[in-house]
Design a protein around this ligand. Structure first.
Ligand code: PLP
Ligand code: COI
Length: 356
């Protein structure tokens, strides 16, 4: 397929598997569409971009990403409406963030026009894999990893950039119970918290497992230094509605992932005249606000999680039950608005959607 500047080699499957999928009952991240995108980096440059049938890849046992974790990824979504129109939501933001992760992890940046063309072409080819169901979407997973076959430690000279897609339902099927984490640390200042790199998720598994054993879905991370300030949750940024203001931890430190969903929520809130504060948020402030009734809403914002109401906040053995979901005016409204916008059902005043 030829675009103005990018030419992708395309090899299509003989028989699509799409008819085998139960689109009404989709788990998250277990079904994979027919095709995937692959592009290798060697000799200081990117090779031919290719779309090929989805399948296993072969790697050398000394592949350096497996040992030293030079591995990054992105998460984004495509939506389809009943009129069979398909949309990508803010892919430019994911492309930019992936390249920021590249810089931090010593990996070569991906030319933006190739990345964008890869997304548009791959999703167009597998358009029938985009669920048109109520809560369904096509989750898109771009990722890159170091492929040097070498045991020493250094930035790899070779990389593979791939994209696959998964038809998905919701990531959380119920409102979320989060546990405030004050012992373990997700990210330290000067570390890699702002990069979407594999190791951040690996490091979070053990503390998250402990929380899950106690009946929580996720952790609410605090800063690594004092554990007095709220940062984000395991798969999503976090927002509070306190005294009618939308309050969320600022991203000034390099410890929080700059979420595209949260940025969108902030931009929508401002356009609705809602006061927004991006600033350090103390744990003590949130507990006070729960206790005195000024906290009316708490929710997570993320691509997979979408807008996830938080119903319980566990703090050192005590579970704070947060206000009833039905009464959460802002998060319910922003959730509906974003869902409709992403599906092209309403006007897109921000120009966020790319129609395929
Ligand atoms: N924070 C973490 C740790 C995440 O994994 C995610 C998901 O991507 C987010 C925040 C939310 O970011 P986004 O809204 O761009 O998906
Ligand atoms: C996303 O929302 O895209 C994420 O990366 C969260 C999770 C599936 C790792």
């Amino acid at each position: 397929m030829i675009s103005n500047t990018v030419s992708i080699d395309i090899q299509k499957v003989g028989n699509s598997r799409v008819n085998e999928i139960d689109f009404e009952n989709l788990p998250f991240g277990r079904e994979f569409s027919d095709h995937m995108f692959v592009m290798d980096y060697a000799d200081g440059k990117w090779g031919t971009p290719k779309i090929i049938p989805f399948g296993n890849i072969q790697i050398h046992p000394a592949t350096s990403a497996l040992h030293y974790g030079q591995s990054i990824f992105e998460g984004m979504k495509a939506y389809r409406n009943k009129e069979n129109e398909a949309f990508l939501f803010r892919p430019d933001m994911n492309i930019k963030r992936m390249n920021i992760s590249c810089q931090r992890m010593c990996m070569p940046e991906i030319p933006e026009e190739i990345f964008m063309e890869a997304l548009k072409t791959l999703v167009s080819i597998d358009k029938q894999w985009i669920p048109d169901t109520e809560g369904g979407s096509l989750y898109i997973r771009p990722f890159m990893f170091a492929t040097d076959e070498y045991v020493g430690i250094k930035p790899s000279d070779n990389y593979r950039f791939m994209i696959f897609t998964c038809p998905v339902g919701g990531y959380y099927s119920t409102p979320v119970k989060v546990k405030l984490e004050r012992h373990y640390t997700r990210a330290a200042r000067g570390g890699v918290g702002q990069a979407k790199t594999a190791g951040n998720y690996a490091a979070s598994l053990y503390p998250a497992k402990l929380a899950q054993q106690q009946g929580y879905h996720q952790l609410l991370w605090t800063d690594g230094l004092s554990h007095e300030y709220i940062e984000e949750s395991g798969t999503m940024n976090v927002c509070f509605m306190i005294n009618g203001k939308l309050i969320t931890p600022s991203e000034d430190s390099d410890t929080i992932l700059k979420g595209i969903t949260k940025r969108s929520v902030i931009e929508i809130a401002k356009s609705w005249g809602v006061e927004v504060e991006e600033r350090p948020v103390k744990v003590a402030e949130v507990i006070d606000a729960i206790e005195n009734g000024s906290l009316t809403e708490m929710f997570g914002a993320g691509t997979a999680a979408t807008i996830a109401h938080i119903e319980i906040l566990g703090v050192e053995g005590r579970d704070y039950v947060l206000p009833a979901i039905e009464g959460r005016e802002f998060s319910n409204k922003v959730n509906d608005y974003l869902t409709n916008l992403k599906k092209g059902k309403i006007e897109d005043p921000f120009n966020w959607n790319i129609k395929l």
